[in-house]
Design a protein around this ligand. Structure first.
Ligand code: PGA
Length: 248
């Protein structure tokens, strides 16, 4: 049985103060079941982690640099993230790919660094609308997964989480249908199986992300290959509690 994961991606929202207050308010309302993660801005990591102390909520960053230190103005390393008590990190989010030139190659470097340091990466992949319309979603996901996991052994790969996020569904209010999301997650599981074998494929957790709300979460999470969600906009609202509890 794969334990469901519901991760909130706060993106560039909340200060340490407002984030801690929000986290403190909703953390007691989660029912036992899913693994819950708040992925928050770097500057809020420590405060939010402190705010949920004693609750089964993990904290994650939204990015990291693949080098340990150096002249990389504005960046943060895995050790810096870990020093706040955070245990997770989102890697390769489509907004990072779109606005900060992240590529499958940098995703591979960041993933490798994160697992080496003991962080759990939430590795984002997904197609643009044009690519879906061209009928190349399956091939594209295959390429994204193969490059992201290049040089990563099976045990390490199993310590990661994959998030399938169709770019056209992120922040648009247009959610993939349950069938579209299921099919893509099944494709991703298939690629993972080609790389690491059937047993590993049955264990890797694959989330769906893109306009998940309290209204659509339950049906999405009930699909056989969907092991939870990566939630953006709705993770900033009290509604996030219902999304988490839909994954019980
Ligand atoms: P959304 O974002 O839920 O606001 O569509 C999802 C994400 O970016 O991870």
């Amino acid at each position: 049985m794969r334990r469901k994961v519901v991760a909130g991606n706060w993106k560039m929202n909340h200060t340490p103060c407002s984030g801690a207050e929000f986290a403190k308010n909703i953390a007691p309302k989660f029912e036992a079941g899913a693994e819950v993660v708040f992925c928050v801005p770097y500057v809020a990591l420590y405060a939010v982690r402190e705010a949920v102390e004693g609750f089964p909520v993990g904290i994650g960053a939204q990015n990291l640099h693949f080098e340990d230190s150096g002249a990389y103005t504005g960046e943060a390393s895995a050790d810096m993230v870990l020093s706040t008590g955070a245990k997770y990190v989102i890697i390769g989010h489509s907004e990072r790919r779109q606005y900060y030139n992240e590529t499958d190659e940098t995703v591979n470097k960041k993933l490798s660094k994160a697992v080496l340091k003991g962080l759990t990466p939430i590795v984002c992949i997904g197609e643009h609308l044009e690519q879906r319309n061209q009928g190349i979603t399956e091939e594209l996901l295959r390429i994204q997964v193969k490059i992201a996991y290049r040089g990563v052994n099976v045990d390490t790969a199993l310590s990661t989480i994959i998030a399938y996020e169709p770019v056209w569904a992120i922040g648009t209010g247009v959610v993939a249908t349950d069938e579209q999301a299921q099919q893509a997650c099944a494709w991703v599981r298939g690629v993972f199986g080609d790389l690491y074998g059937k047993d590993a494929a049955s264990k890797i957790r694959i989330l769906y992300g893109g306009s998940v709300t309290a209204a659509n979460a339950k049906a999405l999470f009930a699909m056989p290959d969907i092991d939870g969600g990566l939630v953006g906009g709705a993770s900033l609202k009290p509604e996030f509690v219902d999304i988490v509890n839909a994954a019980k």
